[in-house]
Design a protein around this ligand. Structure first.
Ligand code: PMP
Length: 398
C-alpha cells in the first residue's frame, strides 16, 4: 500500500521482492535490447478484472498493443516476413529494396517501421475506408501510401492485388543484380505470418499460464495468422499434456458481416445471417470493426481452420459497448478488434464452468481508432463524461 517511494522505484515497482539483493552493487545483469526489433514480443498477459468478476471466470488478454515497433501483433509477423525474405535473398539491405504490402493498416505500420530500421522502403496499398489515423501514421513513418477505393478481391484494383503488381513491376525494372527489387510481403498467403505466432505468441501464452493452464483461446481473424498460429502451438502442446485429452478450445471471434463464422459453424462461406442473404456474395465486410472479419479463406486461416472448435459472432453495438466498458471499469483503451475479441471471450467463458480461464488478444490501442470507432461510441451516447469541461466534448462541438 501507500504511495510509491524512490526506494520502491529503485527496487522496481512491480517487484514483490522485499530483500535488497537487487539494489545497486554493480553486479546486475544488463538488460538492453538491440533496436526496435528488440521491442517486439514478450507482451504481458493481463487479467481483465472487471470481466473476470462479472463472469466468475478468468478473462486474460495478451497485450499485443504493447509491441513496440508498430503497436500490434503485426510486429511479430512483419519481422518474420522480412527475416524470411532476407534469408531467401528476396530482400537485401543496402540495395534500396522496397517492401510492398496490401493491408488495412496494422501490418503496413509494422512493415514501415521495420523497413526503416533495416534499410528498406515501404509501399503500402490500403482501402480508403480505414481510419485516417492509420494512413497518417504510415505517412509519418516514411512509407509511400496508396489509398484505393474498396474493390472485390477478384479485381486487379483490390489493395492486395495492387501491392502484388507494384512489387512485380519494381522487380521487373531491375536490370542489374545491384538494382533495387520489390518484395511483396503477402501477409494473407505467406506462411511466415502464422509461423510467427506459432513460434512466439503461442509459446508465450503457454508459459504465461504456467504451462498451458487455460481452457480456451479466443481471437478474430483478418489474415487468420494469429488464430491459426496460436492454435497450432497451443493445441499441439495441450495434446502432449498427459490426462488433459486436448480439452483446450479455440474459438473464432467474428464481427457482423464476416463469412468466417458460418464457415466454422456450418462449413459454408456466406457473409449474411442466412445463407440466402449470403448469396449476394458481399466481398466487403459490413462492420465498423477494422482488422478482423473477411469473406474469403486465406492460406493463413486455412493453416489453422481444422483446429478451430467454434465461432462467436459479435455485432458492432456489442463491440462499441465492450470498448466503453473496458475504459470505464479497467482503464483499458483499445480498438475495435480487441473489443470484438473481448465480447467473444466473455461468451466463450460463460459457456464453460465457473472458474474456467479464457485467453484473448488486445490487438491495438484506441488511439488508432479515434476518428471512426471511438467517434461512433461517442455518437451512441455511451460516453457520459459529466466532468468534460475542457471544451473538447465532441457533442458540444456540433
Ligand atoms: N486486429 C487488428 C487491428 C488488425 O489489424 C488485424 C490484422 N489485420 C487483426 C486484429 C487480425 O489479425 P490476423 O491478421 O492475424 O488474423
Amino acid at each position: 500500500g501507500g504511495p510509491v517511494t524512490l526506494e520502491d522505484h529503485e527496487r522496481g515497482y512491480g517487484s514483490d521482492d522485499d530483500d535488497d539483493s537487487s539494489s545497486s552493487n554493480g553486479k546486475e545483469k544488463e538488460s538492453i535490447v538491440d533496436g526496435i526489433e528488440g521491442c517486439i514480443g514478450s507482451t504481458p498477459l493481463v487479467k481483465i478484472r472487471s470481466l473476470s468478476e462479472a463472469t466468475g471466470r478468468e478473462i486474460l488478454a495478451k497485450a499485443e498493443f504493447l509491441n513496440g515497433a508498430g503497436g500490434s501483433p503485426k510486429d511479430r509477423v512483419a519481422l518474420n516476413m522480412i527475416r524470411s525474405a532476407e534469408s531467401l535473398g528476396l530482400l537485401t539491405p543496402g540495395r534500396g529494396d522496397t517492401i510492398y504490402e496490401g493491408t488495412v493498416g496494422s501490418t503496413g505500420i509494422s512493415l514501415a517501421a521495420l523497413a526503416r530500421a533495416r534499410g528498406y522502403r515501404a509501399h503500402i496499398c490500403m482501402p480508403d475506408d480505414q481510419s485516417a489515423e492509420k494512413s497518417a501514421l504510415l505517412h509519418h513513418l516514411g512509407a509511400t501510401v496508396e489509398r484505393v477505393p474498396v474493390a472485390p478481391i477478384t479485381s486487379p484494383h483490390h489493395f492486395v492485388n495492387l501491392a502484388r503488381t507494384r512489387a512485380a513491376e519494381h522487380t521487373a525494372s531491375a536490370a542489374t543484380p545491384t538494382d533495387s527489387r520489390g518484395f511483396f510481403a503477402d501477409q494473407f498467403e505467406s506462411r511466415a505470418n502464422a509461423a510467427a505466432h506459432e513460434a512466439t505468441t503461442g509459446p508465450e501464452i503457454w508459459a504465461q499460464t504456467g504451462g498451458g493452464r487455460l481452457d480456451a483461446f479466443v481471437a478474430g481473424a483478418g489474415t487468420g495468422g494469429t488464430v491459426a498460429g496460436v492454435a497450432r502451438y497451443l493445441k499441439l502442446a495441450d495434446r502432449k499434456v498427459a490426462g488433459r485429452q486436448g480439452a483446450l478450445r479455440i474459438v473464432l471471434a467474428d464481427p457482423q458481416g464476416s463469412g468466417l463464422y458460418n464457415k466454422v459453424r456450418h462449413g459454408v462461406m456466406y457473409a449474411g445471417a442466412t445463407e440466402r442473404e449470403g448469396t449476394r456474395r458481399r466481398s466487403q465486410v459490413d462492420s465498423i470493426v477494422e482488422g478482423i472479419g473477411i469473406n474469403r479463406i486465406t492460406e493463413n486461416f486455412e493453416a489453422g481452420r481444422a483446429l478451430i472448435d467454434d465461432a462467436v459472432r459479435v455485432t458492432d453495438e456489442q463491440a462499441c459497448r465492450m470498448a466503453r466498458w473496458l475504459v470505464e471499469h479497467d482503464g483499458i483503451f483499445v480498438g475495435s478488434s480487441s473489443a470484438v475479441n473481448c465480447v467473444a471471450a466473455v461468451a466463450t467463458a460463460l459457456a464453460l464452468p465457473p472458474g474456467s480461464r479464457v485467453v484473448t488478444v488486445l490487438c491495438d490501442s484506441g488511439t488508432r481508432h479515434l476518428s471512426k470507432f471511438w467517434k461512433r461510441i461517442g455518437e451512441m451516447g455511451l460516453e457520459d463524461n459529466d466532468n468534460d469541461r475542457d471544451g473538447n466534448d465532441p457533442e458540444a462541438a456540433e
